[in-house]
Design a protein around this ligand. Structure first.
Ligand SMILES: CSCCC(=O)C(=O)COP(=O)(O)O
Ligand SMILES: [Zn+2]
Length: 237
């Protein structure tokens, strides 16, 4: 696509609606920054609206982004309909795309939360490199969806007596190179809405922005609790 065409699509990110994806990504990242989820340019968020994927730039302070910084990709062709000049799309783009294409997500959040990182390290030390994070009998588990129906949509939330499992993949030198193992984890754990990345963070997706955000918040709460439980010698299961 010609550069002039890329740059002429500003209408795709200009809206007075606070719920427009370009506005929402900026607002969410400002909130996530205060939680330590997207500090130091790490982490990010992507939203799908119909066939448009809204993607943040790479290597920028995510809490300072403006809607005009957003890239817009066509879901089917994977071509950029809008490319802000002098910026590169997030290195997380192929991972976000996996959530949109393989899981029908409407939003995918990537955090560098220290609680998520610590959970990956504790699981490795206690249960080995092939183990996933597992916990049960914690009220906040009810904030995590349980399984997908035939249509791929949420089929209810986990119950108090059910077990939450979150797969863990190993980190790679480049964010993009995580894509294959993230997709493999999605295949192996068809019910999961999140994948932890060892020594790095987590990818959490949801059918829409509200669900992705609340699931990410519930998981972060659970990881923090799990770390504190481990310090006190309390079992997770
Ligand atoms: C210090 S951040 C390293 C890259 C990373 O892990 C990340 O999540 C951010 O990637 P982006 O390309 O969106 O800046
Ligand atoms: Zn990252």
């Amino acid at each position: 696509m010609a550069p002039s065409s890329d740059q002429s699509n500003d209408h795709l990110v200009h809206s007075s609606d606070p719920h427009h994806p370009a506005n929402l990504i900026c607002e969410l990242c400002r909130k996530f920054y205060t939680l330590g989820w997207v500090t130091g340019t790490g982490g990010g968020t992507s939203i799908r609206q119909h066939d448009h994927l809204f993607i943040a730039p790479s290597g920028v302070q995510k809490e300072l982004m403006e809607p005009t910084d957003m890239f817009v990709m066509d879901f089917h062709s994977r071509e950029y309909l809008r490319r802000p000049p002098n910026l590169k799309p997030s290195a997380c783009t192929p991972l976000f795309y996996a959530a949109f294409s393989k899981r029908g997500a409407g939003c995918c959040i990537h955090t560098h939360s220290q609680w998520a990182v610590l959970a990956t390290l504790l699981v490795e030390r206690e249960f080995g490199a092939n183990a996933c994070f597992e916990i049960e009998r914690i009220e906040q588990i009810k904030g995590i969806p349980k399984r997908r129906g035939e249509d791929g949509k949420v089929g209810g939330m986990l119950g108090y007596f059910e077990r939450l499992r979150v797969p863990i993949i190993e980190n790679t030198a480049r964010e993009e190179d995580l894509t294959e193992s993230l997709e493999a984890a999605m295949e192996k754990y068809p019910d999961t809405y999140a994948v932890l990345v060892r020594r790095h963070g987590i990818y959490v997706w949801g059918d829409n922005v509200h669900r992705a955000k609340t699931q990410c918040e519930s998981l972060d709460y659970i990881f923090q609790l799990a770390v504190e439980m481990k310090k006190l010698g309390l079992p997770w299961t």
